[in-house]
Design a protein around this ligand. Structure first.
Ligand SMILES: *[C@@H]1O[C@H](CO)[C@@H](O)[C@H](O)[C@H]1NC(C)=O
Ligand SMILES: *[C@@H]1O[C@H](CO)[C@@H](O)[C@H](O)[C@H]1NC(C)=O
Ligand SMILES: *[C@@H]1O[C@H](CO)[C@@H](O)[C@H](O)[C@H]1NC(C)=O
Length: 153
């Protein structure tokens, strides 16, 4: 699933980047952008620094936005608990709304990484802007501000 998504994103980027390279002047206006979010999920209730720094591998991390909590993109943590979420932002309109409107939700139950942790509830984190890297496709980088266990969802 992660591979398919990565492939899809890659194909979309390639499709968008190809015509743009023929019209370099447009790229300076930042018509096409990419949102990149990366971070580490730990296997603990505060989600940040686990007991003995145990990480949470194979966890589904969702980028949820807006009042409807719509899943705009996903990532899966690797063996080091590291995830990367990519989202195409064709007109650059999404990036400025990420911090106020979006959050990260670890959809995989915490009990998956450690049986003594709750089966219900999720780790959630607001987002923090890291910075923007320019290039053919400008990338706006975000990271989790800090995962906290939310028992309600
Ligand atoms: C996220 O990506 C940045 C830039 O590539 C890197 O410096 C940072 O270490 C990464 N963070 C994690 C938790 O992998
Ligand atoms: C860290 O790991 C050791 C060895 O497995 C264990 O005895 C200890 O309780 C752990 N620490 C915490 C805070 O869970
Ligand atoms: C997880 O991804 C990070 C960032 O790409 C990488 O540094 C790390 O080696 C990866 N860990 C595993 C177990 O693949």
């Amino acid at each position: 699933m992660a591979l398919k998504l990565a492939l899809f994103v890659f194909v979309v980027i390639a499709a968008v980047a190809a015509p743009l390279s023929k019209a370099q002047s447009q790229t300076t206006t930042g018509l096409v952008g990419l949102i990149r979010i990366n971070g580490t999920v730990f296997c603990s209730l505060n989600g940040n620094i686990g007991a003995n720094s145990t990480v949470f591998p194979n966890a589904l991390v969702q980028l949820r936005c807006g009042a409807g909590n719509i899943v705009l993109s996903i990532g899966i943590t690797n063996g080091s608990g590291v995830f990367v979420i990519l989202l195409l932002d064709p007109l650059g309109l999404i990036a400025p709304t990420v911090v106020p409107n979006c959050k990260l939700v670890v959809a995989t139950p915490l009990s998956t990484c450690k049986a003594s942790l709750p089966m219900m509830g999720t780790l959630q984190s607001p987002l923090q802007l890291v910075g923007t890297t320019s290039g053919l496709i400008p990338v706006t980088n975000f990271k989790p501000a800090g995962f906290v266990y939310n028992p309600a969802t």
